[in-house]
Design a protein around this ligand. Structure first.
Ligand SMILES: NC(=O)c1ccc[n+]([C@@H]2O[C@H](COP(=O)([O-])OP(=O)(O)OC[C@H]3O[C@@H](n4cnc5c(N)ncnc54)[C@H](O)[C@@H]3O)[C@@H](O)[C@H]2O)c1
Length: 351
């Protein structure tokens, strides 16, 4: 299979887990020995068919380093799970725009080095897919990179919760440029939203009437700080809408991020509370805690999304690619049930 050439915007925790995953799964010779992936092979591609050809960041401690070293530079704090050999890809300085918020300016050390020409760099690297892994509050920077992707003739994956694929004006621009676009806000492999939806559906299908429920997260990565300051409300809207879609009736739901706990490092603690009634109005209550490491949780779905976007490129499709958006993102242009999204994604990538 020809390599799928991707460019990374933001070399933070997600980029680190992704690159470590490429090396981890690249070293597993037999597909049947692969553990931890939803799809070891997808549309004929294995993870090793993906290669990073360019990367951009703004932090002094990452710029100028080989990507294999930059992923371990502070403030990244996702654990080292595999050895990444030298990539030959040097992290370039991109424009800052709104990449750093008030609360992260003491965490990110903005480099004074010269910015590179993004479009030229993407073209010279022969990138075909741009993956946006900027902090969630970086709205202007996200839009800037979406424009650069179009100018460099690249597909765009928006892992951030900023509205790109779900915004009709951006979808139109990618359509006109004849390029695929997917987003917004990458789904986790075992995410708190999916777990919450599944629990609610199970209860509701069994005849339980949910009266109120919440799901709250605390985390220790830089992204948790940024979320608290700049995207708490947007995240709450996305997650609450997604959870509400699991129930056939309206009830009291809150789902969102609550706080930053530095000693958690890149771990995320998710708390679930569900209250309802079943037979003869008998009360039922669930309190649950679920702990994951945040960045590796993005890895498996990102690998699937990249390979599916390659399918879209091969098919010469453009605009928001719905089966990929619905499968891989919390805020697709059209929200469907988990089962429908999975089935349509399978159909799309097998066709
Ligand atoms: N499981 C997950 O981790 C997960 C799931 C869904 C979505 N996401 C989204 O993925 C994105 C990345 O998450 P993360 O944990 O890697 O964040 P992070 O804060 O660890 O990394 C962000 C990186 O972007 C860099 N940056 C800031 N401004 C920039 C600019 N203008 N140009 C280039 N680089 C810039 C920072 O220096 C940092 O290296 C977030 O938007 C998050 O919401 C993550």
């Amino acid at each position: 299979m020809p390599k799928i050439k991707v460019a990374l915007i933001g070399v933070g925790n997600c980029a680190s887990a992704f690159l470590q995953g490429l090396s981890y799964y690249g070293n597993t010779a037999k597909t049947e020995e692969i553990v931890g992936l939803r799809n070891p092979t997808l549309a004929g591609y294995v993870p090793d068919d993906i290669t990073v050809v360019a990367a951009f960041d703004v932090d002094e401690r990452k710029i100028g380093l080989d990507l294999s070293e930059a992923i371990y530079a502070e403030p990244n704090n996702t654990p080292q799970i595999s050895q990444v050999p030298k990539t030959g890809v040097i992290v370039n300085k991109g424009p800052l725009l709104d990449g750093v918020g008030e609360s992260t300016k003491h965490i990110i050390q903005v480099s004074v080095k010269a910015e590179v020409d993004i479009v030229k760099t993407l073209k010279e690297a022969d990138a075909e897919i741009v993956i946006n892994l900027l902090p969630s509050g970086a709205v202007k920077a996200t839009e800037y990179y979406a424009k650069q992707a179009i100018a460099a003739n690249c597909a765009f994956i928006n892992a951030t919760p900023n509205f790109i694929a779900s915004d009709p004006s951006w979808e139109k621009q990618f359509k006109e440029a004849n390029l695929p676009l997917v987003g917004d806000d990458l789904v986790d492999q075992i995410g708190s939203t999916a777990l919450h939806k599944t629990l609610l559906k199970l209860l509701s299908d069994s005849g339980v009437k949910i009266t109120e429920t919440y799901q709250l997260d605390v985390g220790g990565g830089a992204e948790s700080v940024d979320t608290l300051e700049r995207t708490r409300d947007a995240k709450r809207t996305i997650k609450t809408e997604a959870v509400a879609s699991a129930l056939p009736y309206k009830t009291q739901i809150v789902a969102g991020s609550t706080d930053y706990v530095d000693f958690l490092q890149n771990k995320r603690d998710s708390y679930f509370y569900i209250d309802g009634v079943y037979f003869c109005n008998t009360p039922i209550k669930i309190d649950l805690k679920f702990q994951t490491v945040d960045a590796p949780n993005a890895g498996s779905v990102l690998l699937d999304v990249i390979r599916a976007v390659k399918v879209a490129l091969t098919k010469k499709q453009n605009g928001a690619i719905e089966p990929i958006c619905a499968y891989g993102f919390k805020r697709p242009p059209k929200i469907t049930s988990i089962t429908t999204a999975d089935e349509e994604f399978k159909r799309y990538t097998n066709a």
